[in-house]
Unconditional design. Structure first.
Ligand code: ATP
Ligand code: ATP
Ligand code: CA
Length: 222
């Protein structure tokens, strides 16, 4: 691949459960993915599913150069448990000038070091999945995403405190600090919510706001 540029391709290091799912999803979405793993068995397992799978040690600058890493605008380091390998791979990709490097971290400490190296996005899949399942398990939330630090969007059954009145009367933003952005009637599709929309107890709603407010809104009102 030499010094060719691959502006729309993603270089993915590590085909574990997280990296493998990420690679497969990106490819399905139409992105070019070049996936790298040091383990020959894993490379073979994925070679039927992914178009470009390469066996290489991503901690080696020579190996990364050989597969043209410096031509990628985006790379993801999806090595978790080997923290040393994760840091070496991320550092080498940054040294080679890859502008956007994402990396998976398994602990806060790991994540902080990745950030200090210059990694642009640190993700914590195990921690995020744990938080998400806690929200779903705890009751009324049917779906929940914290899409930024401290800011969430959730799907839930309409709490009684906002039912039977218009949004202008129920004032969820003033009373609870959340915004109702969507409503689904029992027999309908999701639609937009305006100040004259009335929600009922058998409707599903989408709310967004600071995570503690979304949690309080869902929990406090049966
Ligand atoms: P997951 O939880 O997503 O399954 P993990 O966090 O447990 O993964 P590992 O299993 O340690 O992470 O690593 C993921 C993949 O990265 C493995 O398939 C492993 O072979 C690969 N890998 C580890 N070190 C390197 C390296 N230096 N170069 C390339 N690939 C590597
Ligand atoms: P994660 O990726 O979420 O960190 P994992 O999928 O790699 O976790 P393990 O680390 O193998 O999973 O197991 C998670 C926890 O479950 C460990 O703390 C382990 O001690 C515990 N555990 C494993 N087997 C049992 C068991 N039979 N009974 C109770 N606890 C167990
Ligand atoms: Ca894991």
């Amino acid at each position: 691949m030499g010094r060719d540029r691959h502006p729309n391709a993603v270089l993915l290091i590590g085909l574990g459960r997280f990296g493998g799912t990420l690679a497969e999803t990106l490819q399905r979405m139409g992105h070019d993915v070049v996936a790298v793993d040091a383990n020959r068995v894993i490379v073979q397992e994925w070679s039927g599913t992914l178009t470009h799978v390469v066996e290489a040690d991503a901690t080696s600058e020579a190996a990364l150069r050989q597969l043209g890493a410096e031509g990628f605008d985006r790379a993801v380091v999806a090595i978790g448990t080997g923290i040393e390998a994760s840091l070496l791979a991320a550092g080498t990709l940054l040294d080679l000038g890859v502008p956007e490097v994402w990396a998976k971290a398994i602990t806060r400490q790991h994540g902080r070091i990745l950030e200090r190296l210059g990694v642009s996005h640190v993700v914590y899949p195990e921690r995020d999945a744990g938080e998400r399942v806690a929200h779903l398990l705890s009751g009324r939330l049917l779906d929940f995403i914290e899409f930024d630090k401290g800011f969430a969007i959730a799907k839930l059954r309409a709490p009684r405190s906002v039912c039977g009145q218009t949004m202008a009367e129920a004032l969820p933003r003033r009373r609870f600090g959340v915004t109702v952005v969507g409503v689904k009637r029992p027999d309908g599709e999701f639609g937009a919510v305006g100040s004259d929309t009335v929600v009922n107890q058998d409707d599903l709603i989408i709310v967004t706001g600071p995570t503690p407010e979304v949690e309080r809104f869902a929990a406090a009102t049966a």
